[in-house]
Each structure stands twice: as structure tokens, then as C-alpha cells.
Design a protein around this ligand. Structure first.
Ligand code: SAM
Length: 300
């Protein structure tokens, strides 16, 4: 277990990929490398992709202390998984036996205030998984008009109080730009009538959806997911498997309906009639796992 990130549904996801020695697998969301190392331990060769150079760096340094060899057992590539075919081709992973997606952000990213994902610790309103990305959360918060903010919070956060929050953002930024996570978290809290010393759990409760919506928008997460699923299926060998762990209903809905569409088109079969979820033991040790859903598809 790495303190960079505690992997979710680790055994379940890797079991579902039916790892065979010397076969090729793509971990499209490398993160702390938890799933990748499990594939390596079972003899598979891995191409690990991440948008975040810090994730790649730390897995690279973890490999040094192991029996696995960089460039032979595992290749690391910085990139967006929506380009999976091209990244695969460049690295000799043209046809693979399995592809894994463990969506969202890692604990490392959330726990670093300077990355701007957290409303619990103050930091710049950033939220880019890829530090070379063009748009930061602050750009959206300070530029979008009230209607656009409303749409963002409703569509990507399913936030019921979006109208008031958007209005309050517009008036606050009229006084001074909103540049930090704490500024935004306070505006959102005030939109729910919470002022002054707000208990952390209350602040979390009212801010979760707004921060989720912004993160999804900054990283174009839903479009990346929609785009990559057909490409990932294309590069699978016959009987190859696609495993996706999602963390909220917007993502899960995309995966569920894409898999149904693939099955309807005769491209393979859904292995998980119902998504696999974490058991109580895992939920007790890692709260993040309580929202996780694993869906698996096998190519025909
Ligand atoms: C939940 S973490 C993965 C954790 C990993 N499975 C583990 O066990 O340590 C998700 C990772 O995916 C990366 N990521 C998210 N969207 C991506 C995308 N479109 N392309 C490449 N990497 C992405 C994030 O930067 C993050 O490091």
C-alpha cells in the first residue's frame, strides 16, 4: 500500500482482468501505481499512463526498489488516456489483453493544497491534473457568467442550490477575484446560510458537489471518458477485458450505457451484470471506496 494513494477495489479489479504472464496491459490511470504493481506481480507487462507528472515520477522511484525493470516490465507515459491508441502505438502496446481505468483524482492530488482540489485546506484554485493544462478552476470561476456557472454546477455537480451559489460568486468576484479554494468554499458555505466558524463536516457537505463540478470541467473528465471507451475496446485482443472503476453517478452512467451499447453491437459481453462495490472492511479502512463501482466488459 502506498501513502501516495490507497487503491480501491484492488484485488477485484485486477482479478477481473484475468492477468496472464507476459501479456500486455494498460493502466490508463497510473496514480500511485497500486493497480499497476498488482498486475506486475502477476506477471503482466504494463503501460502506465497519467496526466500528472508527479504520479509518474513517484511510480518511477518506487520501481527502483523492486524486481521490476523500467522499459522492460513497465513503461510510463505522460498523456491523456483519451489518446490511448496513439500512446499505446508509440510504446509497442498495439493489441493488449486488458485496460484498467480507476477514474478521478488520487489522494496525493487532493491532499496537496497547492494543487487546489481541496476545500479542506486552502490553496490556489487550480484543479488541473495536468500542470500543463490551459484552464484552471479560477479561470472558470472568474470568467463564466451566472448562467454558465449555474449550468456547470447543475450538470456536473447535480447541485440543487446552483442558482444562489452562482449569484454569490458573481457578486463576490465584483469585489475581488476569487483565487483560492478557501474563498470559494466560504462563498458556497454562505450560499447555504453558513457563516463564521463553520464545522469542517458541514463545509464538506455543502462544497463537495461544487468542487466536483469544477474538477470535472477543468479536466474535461466526462468527455475524456466517453471518447476513450470505444478506443480502449478497439485495442483489446479477442477476450481482452476492459475494467472501469468510477466514483460518481455521472461517470458510472457513461460506463454503464457504453457497455450496453457495445453488447448491443455484438462487440462482446458485460461481465458485471451489477457493478462490483467495496465490502464493509474496505469501506471502514478507506472511505473513498464507498462510492466506487467497478464495471467489466469482455471483447468477443
Ligand atoms: C484514482 S487515481 C488512480 C490510482 C491508482 N489506480 C492507484 O491504485 O494508485 C487516478 C489517476 O488518474 C489520472 N487521470 C485522470 N484522468 C486522466 C486522463 N484523462 N488521462 C490520464 N490520466 C488521468 C489522475 O491524474 C490520477 O493520478
Amino acid at each position: 500500500m502506498s501513502d501516495f494513494h490507497v487503491s480501491v477495489l484492488l484485488q477485484e479489479a485486477i482479478d477481473s482482468l484475468n492477468i496472464e504472464p507476459k501479456k500486455l496491459y494498460i493502466d490508463a490511470t497510473l496514480g500511485g501505481g497500486g493497480h499497476t504493481f498488482e498486475i506486475l506481480k502477476r506477471g503482466g507487462k504494463v503501460l502506465g499512463i497519467d496526466l500528472d507528472q508527479e504520479a509518474l515520477n513517484q511510480v518511477k522511484s518506487q520501481i527502483k526498489g523492486t524486481e521490476f525493470e523500467l522499459g522492460k516490465d513497465i513503461i510510463l507515459a505522460k498523456g491523456n488516456f483519451k489518446d490511448i491508441k496513439e500512446i499505446g502505438r508509440k510504446n509497442g502496446f498495439v493489441e493488449v489483453s486488458g485496460v484498467l481505468f480507476d477514474l478521478g483524482v488520487s489522494s496525493y492530488q487532493v491532499n496537496k493544497p497547492e494543487r487546489g482540489f481541496s476545500f479542506q485546506q486552502d490553496g490556489p484554485l487550480d484543479m488541473r491534473m495536468d500542470k500543463d493544462g490551459a484552464v484552471k478552476a479560477a479561470d472558470l470561476i472568474n470568467v463564466l457568467n451566472s448562467g454558465e456557472l449555474y449550468e456547470l454546477f447543475t450538470k456536473l455537480g447535480e447541485e440543487h442550490n446552483a442558482r444562489t451559489i452562482s449569484k454569490n460568486i458573481i457578486s463576490a468576484r465584483g469585489v475581488k477575484p476569487i483565487e483560492t479554494t478557501a474563498q470559494l468554499a466560504d462563498i458556497v458555505a454562505e450560499s447555504f446560510g453558513l457563516r463564521g466558524e463553520v464545522k469542517p463536516f458541514m463545509k464538506a457537505k455543502v462544497n463537495t458537489k461544487v468542487f466536483q463540478a469544477l474538477r470535472i470541467a477543468v479536466n474535461d473528465e466526462l468527455n475524456n471518458l466517453r471518447a476513450v471507451l470505444p478506443s480502449a475496446l478497439e485495442i483489446l485482443s479477442p477476450r481482452g477485458r476492459l475494467a472501469v472503476i468510477s466514483f460518481h453517478s455521472l461517470e458510472d452512467r457513461i460506463v454503464k450505457w457504453k457497455f450496453i451499447d457495445f453488447e448491443d453491437k455484438g462487440l462482446g459481453s458485460i461481465i458485471t451484470k451489477h457493478p462490483v462495490i467495496a465490502d464493509q472492511v474496505e469501506i471502514d479502512t478507506n472511505r473513498r471506496s464507498s462510492a466506487a463501482k467497478l464495471r467489466v466488459f469482455e471483447k468477443s
